[in-house]
Design a binder for this molecule. Structure first.
Ligand SMILES: *Cc1c(COP(=O)(O)O)cnc(C)c1O
Length: 496
């Protein structure tokens, strides 16, 4: 039986898994949600013996029910290969009284790789299944991390092109270097003279432009999105929480059936939602500790029931969590309305119109397994230094936000359930902030000097992703004004 996907905003629209992956968003701007969360078909005790790839298949086959076994195994094999620098794919490290699930061993050393390594294969397979003849053109606006992970994922994948727009003076030097050195005949990287919002707005306009869609179709192309609300990104993220439970059994932290807590540094609410889905599948999880940085809109939401984005936006040392609208929360809101698309749509419209909505007492009960925590900039830096000095383990700024939230949770509740902290980036991706925390006084050093210094004091090998860009030739030099972005896309595709 095929699992049906529905819109969070209307009762009529349904899709198969492959259709939902191709479309990304529903036609009314809502998100696709599975009709029910399927159960894992594997006994918990077996997880400790299974490889990442085996667990990936066991999880994903329950959600992507219109994929054949052969198709899905092909996608998994090509995604989780030696692009990752460890056979375990997502290893677990014990430090600071918790278990750090390291999700940064892929091509771009951030957790986005966990899903963006497989999304291109899922997308191309979905296109084939639905008899799409056009070449798929992935169009992405990025503030840094997603662009590179998407480029690395789609590079040289047959049947696709990827075009990334980034703010020319709005990303870190390492982030820019990562993107402009990207190899692959189907990759295009363009620096725009504007900020991330400008890039994002133009990209959305191109997606909505019917004339452009028709011109593209004539030339044999169609757009698709690698955005984090695509279920093709959400489902692969469930896998590592199932794998983590197996690891906790293997290392003796848990006995079969005992619960673990999870702690997730959160921005768009995708990663933590994946852990919630893992629990619905049958993984024993107690609490979901949702960690925010200074942009603590989710912390306030879990305390008060009001989601209020009318507030100052802060630029922090954990930039991938600098978000005021957590798109994936909509799937949770849908669930706690009792899967009511009309009510869910109403909350989302209120958010757009008024910048705030408040859920009912009844709905709040549906969130009782969640705990909101947050870390200030000082607490984040202090945590990096503390754990480095105590356990000689160096974590990145995003992971440190989670570690602080976990400390606060334990202090407030006394709950000592063994806990897994999602470690979402390599410290080498945010070297400057990490070095400022553990070794202040390096303001004048270049980024690569800091990389060498971090290696010296931590003893952790510099990841290939960083080594490579040190000397890699610059392959992308195109820049353009905001109002010329569509022209650039047409130039690339040879249409005018
Ligand atoms: C994207 C990202 C996050 C936030 O994940 P969400 O799924 O958006 O909540 C946290 N840390 C890092 C390093 C990221 O790149």
């Amino acid at each position: 039986m095929n699992l049906v996907y529905r819109s969070t905003r209307n009762g009529e629209e349904t899709a198969s898994a492959s259709e939902a992956i191709l479309k990304g968003l529903t036609s009314d701007g809502g998100l696709f949600v599975p009709d029910c969360i399927p159960k894992l078909g594997v006994p918990l005790g077996d997880l400790a013996k299974m490889s990442y790839q085996e667990i990936a298949y066991a999880v994903m086959k329950e959600f992507l029910t219109d994929f054949t076994e052969e198709e899905l195994k092909y996608c998994i094999k090509n995604a989780y290969d030696d692009k990752f620098d460890t056979k375990e794919i997502a290893p677990m490290v014990k430090a600071d009284g918790a278990y750090f699930l390291e999700l940064f061993h892929g091509a771009t050393i951030a957790f986005k790789d966990m899903a963006l390594s497989i999304l291109p294969y899922l997308l191309v397979t979905s296109a084939k299944k639905n008899h799409v003849k056009n070449e798929i053109v992935i169009l992405t606006a990025t503030s840094g991390d997603t662009g590179k992970a998407a480029l690395a994922g789609f590079a040289d994948v047959p049947g696709t092109k990827i075009i990334v727009f980034y703010p020319k003076s709005g990303v870190s030097p390492i982030q820019e270097k990562q993107m402009v050195t990207q190899k692959g005949d189907n990759t295009y990287v363009i620096g725009i003279h504007g900020n991330f919002d400008d890039a994002q707005t133009s990209v959305k306009q191109m997606f909505a432009n019917k004339d452009l869609a028709e011109e593209m179709n004539q030339a044999g192309y169609q757009f698709s999105s690698a955005n984090s609300i695509n279920i093709g990104r959400l489902v692969p993220q469930i896998v590592y929480y199932v794998k983590a439970y197996g690891d906790m059994l293997k290392n003796g932290a848990l006995k079969e059936g005992e619960p673990m807590n999870v702690v997730v540094p959160t921005g768009n609410f995708g990663n933590i939602l994946a852990s919630f889905y893992a629990k619905q599948m049958g993984i024993p999880i107690g609490k979901f500790i949702c960690a925010s940085n200074k942009n603590k809109v989710l912390f306030d939401f879990f305390r008060t029931g009001s989601y209020d984005r009318r507030r100052e936006f802060y630029v922090t040392t954990s930039p991938s969590m600098d978000i005021l609208i957590s798109s994936n929360l909509e799937r949770m809101i849908y669930r706690i309305t009792g899967n009511n698309p009309e009510k869910c749509a109403e909350f989302m419209q209120t958010l757009t119109k008024d910048g705030v909505y408040t859920i009912t007492e009844e709905m709040k009960k549906g969130l009782s397994e969640f705990y909101g925590g947050y870390a200030t900039e000082e607490e984040t830096a202090e945590k990096i230094r503390e754990v480095y000095e105590k356990d000689h383990y160096v974590m990145d700024t995003h992971t440190a936000v989670a570690a602080v939230a976990y400390d606060k949770y334990k202090a407030e509740t006394g709950d000592e359930t063994p806990s897994v902290i999602a470690s979402t980036a390599s410290p080498y991706k945010f070297t400057r902030s990490v070095m400022d925390a553990i070794h202040p006084g390096s303001e004048n050093a270049t980024d690569f000097e800091l990389v060498d210094k971090l290696k010296e004091i931590s003893g952790v090998e510099v990841p290939k992703a960083i080594e490579e860009i040190r000397t890699a030739p610059i392959l992308h030099t195109t820049e353009c004004d905001i109002d010329k972005m569509e022209d650039e896309v047409k130039k690339i595709l040879g249409i005018s």
